[in-house]
Design a binder for this molecule. Sequence first.
Ligand code: PHE
Length: 447
Amino acid sequence: MRKNVAQFSRIGFILSAAGAAVGLGNIWKFPYMTGVYGGGAFVMVYLITILLIGVSLLVAEMYIGKIGQADAVSNFENEAPKAKRAWAKAGYIIFIGLIIMTFYSVVIGWIFYYLYVALTGLPTNLQDAQNIFNTLYASSPWLQITFHTLSTAIVAAILFGGIKNGIEKFNLLLMPTLIVILLGLMVYAMQFEGFSKALAFMFAPDFSKLNSEAIIRAVGHSFFTLSIGIGSIMAYAAALPKETNIFRAGLWVAFLDTFIALIAGIVIFSFLFQFGGEPAKGPGLVFMSLPIIFAKLGTVGTVIALLFFLGMAFAGLTSAISLVEPAVMYLEDRYEWSKKKAVIFNSLLYYVVGILVVFSTTDGFKEYLMIGKKSLFDALEFAVDSFLMPLGGILIALFVGYALSKERVAKELVPEMGEKIFAVWYFSIRYIAPFAVLFLAYNSLTS
Ligand code: PHE
């Protein structure tokens, strides 16, 4: 059983859970997907899903952590009613985090490289910007591996500190800094004409652009961005003070996450429309469009570029630690491994596959690392978004909505939410979330 319960302070928990949620998903993925899938309509589906399903599931996942107070496998096992022992297996969702890390850490590595680019000379036109990114992405496996190694090492170093001295301290410092950086950039972008174009692009939905793939990706991304379904939030909630109101904490986390994604999108598209970039660039969007703009601003631009990529690195790292911690907690709790051993073992697992992920996009190797028509990188990302995280989400919904008795759940949550909101939340967990998620998984598997 877990020996280190209630290590977070309340604010430490909210900022750490928000740190888990706010990540590359917000600053890298959300803007590029909004660009690729046509803007406002995509954003609308994303927002509706967060509101209708995301928040409910987030609270449900926190709830399991709070009552179980242990690693996810133990939580499902110990809290499931005797007749439903099969539930214990649901806890293995914690390994999805390691799968995510195989590409997440590589992308954090790109950000480190861009800090270097900012220091040594930003590209001044789109051509140069594309060259820098494409050279990194398609022909510099060793450079990518070097930075992937650095990212893995930093994440491991923080995890060595545990919840109180590693995760909480890191988040208390980095999350406020990130918010200040992004708000500063937005205020700066307000002077552009591109600012209002960005608002129109993101908030005026054009439903003709909304195909079924866009819907599936928007729903999938809402899970990804809230960190639902893989036990990250559960692991943090297992270490929070008993009296914490998880409903309110959940609302805070969802709010901060959505707020930061929207701000990042507005900033990026403002710059993009102001300086004539192409929104549907895909994964390279943040790495190609922004550097040119920063370059135009001279020395100030270099400082802004450093701040931007630093903020993005912070967002990525605070999420990365939450992706690995559940598996670390599991090995510590269940097998009594030392923290050091658990951290090193899990880090190595994702690190090695991460190297293959790097090669799957680089010339000379990529032919050998395809899954179907997708590179290993794209295939893993797609599997996580469209299938693995929804699977975790559905297990959480079914567990809280059906396996546990309503009386038990109500006893804990009615005092936090009140009767009315509890009724709505419970309805969502029982009837809306599981079917919406099933729809998502079904569609992604058959498309
Ligand atoms: N939510 C994080 C992001 O948006 C990714 C993540 C998923 C982190 C699941 C933890 C758990 O980047």
